[in-house]
Design a binder for this molecule. Sequence first.
Ligand SMILES: Nc1nc2c(ncn2[C@@H]2O[C@H](COP(=O)(O)OP(=O)(O)OP(=O)(O)O)[C@@H](O)[C@H]2O)c(=O)[nH]1
Ligand SMILES: [Mg+2]
Ligand SMILES: [Zn+2]
Length: 334
Amino acid sequence: MEKLGWHPFFAQQISLEEMEDTPPVRVVEVHRSGLHVLGEGFDMEIPSGPEATVGDWLLLNRAVPSASRVLERKSLFRRRAAGTSRKMQLIAANVDTAFIVSSCNQDFNVARLERYIALAFESDVTPVILLTKADLCDDPAPYIEAASALSPRVLVVPLNALSDEPATKLADWCKAGQTLAFLGSSGVGKSTLVNALIGHARAATAPIREDDAKGRHTTSHRQLHFMPDGCAVLDTPGMRELQLADIQEGIDDLFADVASLALQCRFNDCQHETEPGCAVQAAVAAGKLDASRVTRWRKLVAEERFNTASLVERRADNKAFHKKVRAAVKHKKK
Ligand SMILES: Nc1nc2c(ncn2[C@@H]2O[C@H](COP(=O)(O)OP(=O)(O)OP(=O)(O)O)[C@@H](O)[C@H]2O)c(=O)[nH]1
Ligand SMILES: [Mg+2]
Ligand SMILES: [Zn+2]
């Protein structure tokens, strides 16, 4: 069980009796038809039912597997679903460390890294930036410098994913009982890193396009793999977009300096553009704050507000709908 990432945090939630009656199993893959789960003596597919995602622990209901209960999560990654639906999508549960992967090439984008970091902070997951393909670029130093400037709380590790570096440079995080997730665009080397850690080529990888360094979306679904010494590693497909909602705290954590300045602006509704008495713009003018970082912060805050507002709207829609249903049922009963 420890090999699957079982942890006292989960054990505390159940009694020994429950453990016998409803053995804990971990979701390693989510299919359209159900959940692939692993446990002590279990390797099975159970029909959809519990609202669970990869990494979740379930108490298996042997008689009615679809009625299995989801244990309280240590952490949860969510994003706003792609497309026009305004729903939140569960990405992964019970992740301890999120390796945010980018390459020392055209994939590198500061604003994108900031989104992942804010998401990790919000989700109570420790983010670490991995810069792959350091071997292919003449000088990785500018990439390392730019990534290191994003937050004093986020470590940056440059490496060659095809060498023995992943095993040595990531050893501090790869411990028994830990769950690691690899996030980032297509082609940055997430599956290559997973293979390096689990010691064999389980996850498919493919070369990127030469002209723009973009990947080919080789990995198509999220899958939890296990290292021989009992550390769980989650491979994810490259994300085309990362729409965020409900992550105000994560943004405040990442931009703590800007957010605290913003509290000192003269006007409560300061947009931090041209308003008099704007503490943020004053800091930029004084050379204490990077203007482009402030622009990225404002963009992220605006987007987060917009997405969260449409979520609230959706919840209100739902509420109104259910109210209507209840009223209709009541009416019928009369
Ligand atoms: N030289 C070198 N090549 C690398 C490195 N990391 C990944 N690659 C290569 O980059 C290509 C893409 O790697 P993948 O592991 O398939 O990328 P991915 O992030 O899993 O991509 P998706 O599954 O599409 O999201 C493969 O050809 C890898 O061999 C690295 O650090 N150095
Ligand atoms: Mg992949
Ligand atoms: Zn202001």
